[in-house]
Design a protein around this ligand. Structure first.
Ligand SMILES: [Ca+2]
Ligand SMILES: [Ca+2]
Ligand SMILES: [Ca+2]
Ligand SMILES: [Ca+2]
Length: 306
């Protein structure tokens, strides 16, 4: 396709993604409106000047360009970079909070990230898809390539699942089926080893998960849900109905029990679900934003007038 630009092209949100809306001429049609996403041409809406008056065509152009410019701008936080001190200043924070940049080893780069004290030395470590970064006493990092989680959720959770005082790992496959946990243990030589257990692989795209005590028993439950259209429907099970569940762990049997929070509707997870007592009645509720909308899942455990 041969393109000649005749107006501005603008960045807008469309179907949950950032796209470029452009007005152009091509050889087949004098005037077209097209959509471009990450260098991939998605389609166009052609108009023929021969069948329209010039005045009407001009009005259409102005309306479309005006609509594009009035689209909601992406929220931006201004960040200035002080290269001499490798410090970042967040202008949205009061009193000018400064962030000092620390480079982490590249082995930790990939899909999925989490943090927690893996080796119980009191220092927080970083967990990645293919291993974990041990924070050393001198603020350095040592890479341990001890497992392979796949395209893991964000976050990967570090938690002592079985209550034996060492940290285990919980994650979901953010773009496939499956929620799992890695049990930490030791082999005959005292060397750390990991054993993989399945929690649930009956639904796909558990891209985000969190802990909260939903039943007020003093122990946190694992809460997660389907990230609706995590890859715009192209992941395995990507067009299956949304769902939200929480899971409780029974230590003697080492089994997880699934509890239903939502099925059969539109409520799913995005990438930043929160668990808070929104209505102040003494139980934890869930606020779930995502591509299918923004939802409050109200906990009815405690029902009292407030
Ligand atoms: Ca540690
Ligand atoms: Ca453990
Ligand atoms: Ca609980
Ligand atoms: Ca509540």
């Amino acid at each position: 396709m041969f393109l000649v630009w005749v107006g501005s092209c603008v960045k807008v949100r469309w179907m949950g993604s950032a796209v470029i809306l452009m007005v152009y001429f091509d050889l087949k049609c004098p005037l077209s409106i097209g959509i471009l996403e990450k260098n991939v041409f998605l389609g166009d809406f052609a108009m023929n000047f021969n069948r329209m008056s010039s005045l009407f065509a001009l009005v259409m152009i102005l309306l479309l360009v005006g609509l594009a410019h009035s689209a909601e701008p992406e929220q931006q936080v201004a960040v200035t970079i002080d290269t001499a001190q490798t410090a970042l200043t967040d202008s949205s924070a009061e009193n000018g909070v400064k962030w000092i940049k620390h480079d982490l080893p590249q082995q930790a780069a990939g899909h999925g990230i989490g943090a927690g004290d893996i080796n119980s030395d009191g220092r927080c470590d970083v967990v990645a898809s293919n291993g974990w970064l041990e924070q050393t006493a001198k603020s350095g990092w040592t890479w341990h390539q001890e497992f392979s989680l796949g395209s893991a959720s964000i976050p990967i959770l570090v938690h002592d699942v079985d209550g034996d005082s060492d940290s285990d790992i919980i994650w979901g496959l953010g773009h496939d089926y499956g929620i799992f946990w890695l049990e930490q243990g030791k082999d005959e030589d005292g060397k750390r080893k990991w054993q993989k257990h399945k929690i649930d692989d009956s639904w796909s795209q558990p891209h985000f998960m969190l802990f909260a005590d939903l039943d007020n028993d003093g122990k946190n439950e694992l809460i997660t849900g389907k990230r609706v259209h995590a890859h715009n429907g192209n992941d395995p099970g990507g067009n299956d109905p949304p769902c939200v569940y929480y899971y409780s762990f029974d230590a003697p049997s080492k089994k997880w029990k699934r509890h239903l929070l939502h099925e059969g509707g539109k409520v799913g997870f995005g990438i930043n679900t929160q668990a808070k007592d929104i209505d102040g009645d003494g139980d934890i509720d869930i606020v779930a934003p995502g591509k299918s909308g923004l939802y409050l899942i109200e906990n009815l455990l405690v029902q009292q007038d407030i």
